[in-house]
Design a protein around this ligand. Structure first.
Ligand SMILES: Cc1ncc(COP(=O)(O)O)c(C=O)c1O
Length: 388
């Protein structure tokens, strides 16, 4: 992290993505002609599906090139409302659904309307790196609670309750989790919601990987209550990372504040992307997305036991997303150096645990099964031969 005299003090606490060092080195090595099996970044190898691309092109041709309402276009908000109705049997009025600039925009807006100076926001460690930074952006205090296999790498109700003894403004859950792919049961979300309600704090549930749960079909947190924030995105299940589009279901009492902040910060989410995303809910599109999901499941089912055979420990079943969070302490006590070493000497790129928090961060690495099965097989062979 570079320290300068001029940048705000809050920037001292905004860490970079360490994986970017890996990504940059991958690019250099590839330019030198090295073949690298890439399992480091959080986006699969698929491009956006054709029906969505076509809808995007048509949107541009039809002149959808101007700002929209900062809450998003009503057609898309209604589609998402219908999706909740059809998939989970729950009525989420479109007026409470806000279109955002990815889940990132949603997280920023949620923290922006909730967090005052020094407010505590409860997060899991390990967790998505940006979460703590969104809290710090508003001068809040991210309270990172260590989690492990005993709670499926998720916050438990008792942890959240204990933490409220010192006060908290909000609790953020991510299910399935990045980096572990583990999920939290809907009953536990409901329990945590009750604790938040009893203590005057807000619950935010990040469901960005919710469409990518492989062996079950868990209900969305929107089924728990009208009084929590639920974040989702077109990035992962819908394969639209670069379109920068997501959404957030907002408790009614916060819609106006979210609208005001969004008007000031974003003006609107990308217009072309919003029109294209209407197509994302078309049954034909969903069919293609489900086929992709099956491919990801096959990759997980292959990679998990293979990594265990090599000596990595994965002690909680990763039920979703496209990540495996593996204990690498058999090989190293420095996850960052280990990742650089694997990249240079085995030609395999993965992410060090130091990106995801401070809890045993040097004992873990994250594998993202974002390459084809053939590439994963080649990666496993390289790892097995280098680490044996
Ligand atoms: C848990 C989690 N939340 C939010 C995001 C942000 O996603 P986006 O802004 O692309 O929707 C990511 C991206 O990897 C993530 O893993």
């Amino acid at each position: 992290m570079t320290k300068t005299d001029n940048h705000s003090r809050r920037m001292d606490n905004i860490a970079p993505f360490y994986v970017m060092d890996i990504v940059n080195r991958v690019k250099e090595l590839e330019q030198e002609g090295r073949d690298i099996v890439r399992m480091e970044v959080g986006e699969p190898d698929f491009v956006t599906v054709e029906p969505i691309i076509q809808a995007g092109i048509e949107a541009l041709q039809n002149g959808c090139t101007k700002y929209t309402s900062s809450l998003g276009i009503v057609e898309l908000r209604k589609k998402i409302s219908l999706y909740y109705q059809e998939k989970f049997g729950v009525d989420v009025p479109y007026e409470r659904i806000v279109i955002t600039n990815g889940a990132s925009g949603a997280l920023m807006l949620a923290m922006g309307v909730l967090v005052n100076y020094a407010d505590r926001v409860i997060l899991s460690d390990p967790g998505y790196p940006c979460n703590r930074h969104f809290v710090r952006m508003f001068d809040g205090d991210p309270v990172m609670l260590p989690v492990d296999a005993s709670t499926n790498y998720q916050l438990s109700a008792s942890m959240v309750e204990k933490c409220h003894e010192k006060g908290a403004k909000a609790v953020l859950l991510s299910t399935p989790s990045n980096p572990t792919g583990t999920i939290i049961a809907i009953d536990d979300i409901a329990r945590i919601h009750q604790i938040c309600a009893a203590n005057g704090s807000e619950l935010i549930v990040d469901e960005i990987y919710h469409g990518l749960v492989y062996d079950s079909d868990p209900p969305s947190a929107v089924t728990v209550s009208d009084d929590l924030f639920v974040i989702n995105s077109f990035s992962k299940y819908f394969g639209m990372t670069g379109w920068r589009l997501g959404w957030m279901v907002v408790p009614e009492k916060y819609v106006d504040a979210i609208d005001r902040l969004s008007q000031n910060v974003f003006l609107s989410a990308p217009t072309m992307a919003q029109y294209a995303a209407i197509e994302a809910f078309n049954p034909k599109t969903i069919q293609i997305l489900e086929q992709r999901k099956q491919k990801l499941k096959k990759r997980r089912d292959y990679l998990l036991p293979e990594l265990q055979k090599i000596g990595f420990i994965i002690d909680a079943e990763p039920q979703g997303a496209f990540y495996l969070y593996a204990d690498c302490s058999k090989f190293t006590d420095d996850s960052y150096k280990f990742c650089l070493d694997l990249l240079e000497n085995a030609g395999v790129a993965i992410t060090p645990g130091i990106d995801f928090g401070k809890h045993n961060e040097n004992k873990y690495v994250r594998f993202a099964y974002v390459s084809s099965m053939e590439r994963l097989k080649s990666g496993v062979e390289r790892l097995a031969s280098y680490l044996s």
